[in-house]
Design a protein around this ligand. Structure first.
Ligand code: ZN
Length: 131
């Protein structure tokens, strides 16, 4: 069975998964997602970036429960959190579990979300509480 990331250029399918951000070579600012317009800090063009692996670990800065959603999946209710990664950037992602609060330590994992027409399993990054 073949597995593919929903956004292959943003995620490495290893365990634990790696988030692919970028680092500005001029000012060393680390960002995610990659910014096609250049560095927000120093203005360097985007060809002055290098890929930068980010650990899928961090802490919850804000949390919300989604009760209504415009798509059939994920099934509601689910929890979305703003997560400050240990590597610096902030991401929004689904966090599994009922006890997610501001300050929770979370780690990423690959969750199967869908199958394409060829039977390939599409996975995406989700988070869960670590303790
Ligand atoms: Zn920069």
């Amino acid at each position: 069975m073949t597995t593919e990331a929903r956004h292959p250029h943003l995620l490495k399918l290893v365990d634990p998964p790696i988030i692919v951000g970028h680092r500005c070579i001029s000012c060393e600012r680390i960002a995610f997602p990659p910014d096609p317009y250049g560095c927000e800090k120093c203005g360097s063009p985007s060809d002055n970036f290098e890929n930068w692996d980010l650990e899928a670990r961090g802490s919850v800065r804000a949390v919300a429960t989604v009760h209504r959603h415009h798509r059939p999946a994920p099934i509601t209710p689910f929890t979305v959190a703003v997560i400050e990664l240990v590597g610096g950037p902030v991401v929004k992602a689904i966090v599994e579990g009922d006890d997610v609060v501001v300050g929770s330590s979370v780690e990423g994992f690959l969750a199967p979300e869908d199958k394409d027409d060829a039977g390939k399993v599409i996975v995406d990054l989700r988070f869960r509480i670590t303790q």
